[in-house]
Design a binder for this molecule. Structure first.
Ligand SMILES: *Cc1c(COP(=O)(O)O)cnc(C)c1O
Length: 398
């Protein structure tokens, strides 16, 4: 039987592993040898579950979207990660990682961020735990994402600009790695998606797996059975998609769909649709599919949604793609914006533009009337108000 879980060497089929500079080896090795024991400790689980409930506000509702269902002639349920504290799924992971860091005796937290969402989720849990927080962010992104920079500062984090290269996410990642090498003993590096060297992809997947754990009993309660026919989630690095797929990976009758950002179109050179145009390579410490030039230079990704603007995907998704366990769809900026606006008007929910990519799959795939389709609504759209209003003006100029 094909397994979709990580093996002992940190691989999902042909993808994964830990490609790190030798100086990082002790940190990653400490994490690798201890993460499972710590996560499984009853006292860890007790503290994690309590905070997920009282601080994050879990369980997040599973909502039957009646008007959306009528429009598409199928049964659509929305898993409401947008209702979590801080407005998205990212806090599930940062909370898990900071509790782990505490048990490893770490005093300081570092993170890198592109759009600032992961930076905010990290700064939030650092404030909660009274730990020092440094967030590396490309100078260009600091300029583009001012509200999130403000939030991080307000929460007490120090935001350090990465000034090298294109001054965006990959440069911030390099700076964070460099910091970790120089401060190996007392610092934990919180990675924000199912990416990075083993054991990060598996660790993050476990923290996000609460999503499908809840889906199982919520579906049972509302539909009479645990299994939906299909689960759809957008994929940046793929953390909330993995959380939504996790407990269904081995139930082959449940169809899994990942929605990738096609930006202006997959053949325009302005996209982030890795499964369509990427090739195997090493990014951020693991072997995965990534967008690269002929000679292996990472290509700058583009998407209207900052959270999907990543040149790779997590190694587990590369494997799900390889084995055809999951289907991937490429959704353009325009298709996502239309689907996001539609949800506003049909259900009174303003989704993050990232999440709107998953909603757009309803236009591309016909589901049967009695099929149950769960869409993981990864975040809320407050942060995207300007983007939506620009679109509204374009459509109805008067
Ligand atoms: C960060 C983000 C994503 C993409 O991250 P994944 O690791 O792919 O889940 C998607 N939606 C929202 C709202 C985000 O903030």
């Amino acid at each position: 039987m094909t397994t979709y879980q990580v093996n002992e060497r940190g691989y999902y089929g042909n993808f994964g592993g830990a490609f790190i500079p030798e100086m990082l080896y002790p940190n990653v090795e400490e994490l690798r040898t201890r993460y499972l024991d710590i996560i499984e400790e009853p006292s860890f689980q007790e503290e994690f579950q309590q905070l997920l409930k009282d601080y994050v506000g879990r369980p997040s509702p599973l909502y039957f979207a009646k008007r959306l269902s009528e429009k598409y002639g199928t049964k659509v349920y929305l898993k409401r990660e947008d209702l979590n504290h801080t407005g998205a799924h990212k806090v599930n992971n940062t909370l898990g990682q900071i509790l782990l860091a505490k048990r490893l005796g770490k005093k300081n937290i570092i993170a890198e961020t592109g759009a600032g969402q992961h930076g905010v989720a990290t700064a939030t849990v650092c404030a909660l735990m009274g730990m020092d927080c440094i967030v590396y962010m490309g100078e260009v992104d600091i300029e583009r994402q001012k509200p999130n920079v403000g939030r991080m500062k307000l929460l007490g984090a120090k935001v350090i600009p990465a000034m090298s290269g294109s001054r965006t996410l990959k440069d911030a990642t390099n700076e964070a790695m460099r910091h970790w090498i120089s401060n190996p003993v007392d610092t934990h590096y919180i990675i924000g998606s199912v990416v990075g060297p083993h054991p990060y992809p598996d660790m993050v997947a476990r923290f996000q797996s609460v999503i499908s754990e809840e889906m199982k009993w919520q579906l049972k309660e509302q539909t009479g059975k645990e299994d939906p026919d299909c689960i759809i989630a957008c994929v940046g690095g793929g953390s909330h998609a993995m959380g939504a797929f996790y407990h269904y990976l081995d139930r082959e009758q449940v169809r899994l769909i990942g929605a990738e950002a096609a930006g202006l179109g997959i053949s325009t050179g302005e996209s982030a649709a890795t499964t369509f145009i990427g090739r195997a390579g090493v990014l951020h410490g693991s072997k995965t599919l990534l967008m690269q030039t002929e000679d292996g230079q990472v290509v700058e990704p583009y998407s209207i949604s900052a959270g999907l603007d990543y040149p790779g995907i997590g190694p587990v998704h590369a494997h799900l793609h390889d084995t055809k366990r999951a289907d991937f769809f490429a959704v353009t900026d325009m298709e996502a914006m239309a689907a996001g606006m539609e949800l506003c008007r049909l259900e009174g929910i303003i989704p993050a533009v990232e999440s709107a990519h998953a909603l757009a799959v309803l236009k591309k795939e016909q589901f049967k009337e009695n099929e149950v389709v769960v869409i993981n609504l990864s975040g809320r759209g407050d942060k995207d108000l300007e983007t939506y209003l620009r679109e509204l003006k374009r459509k109805t100029p008067h």
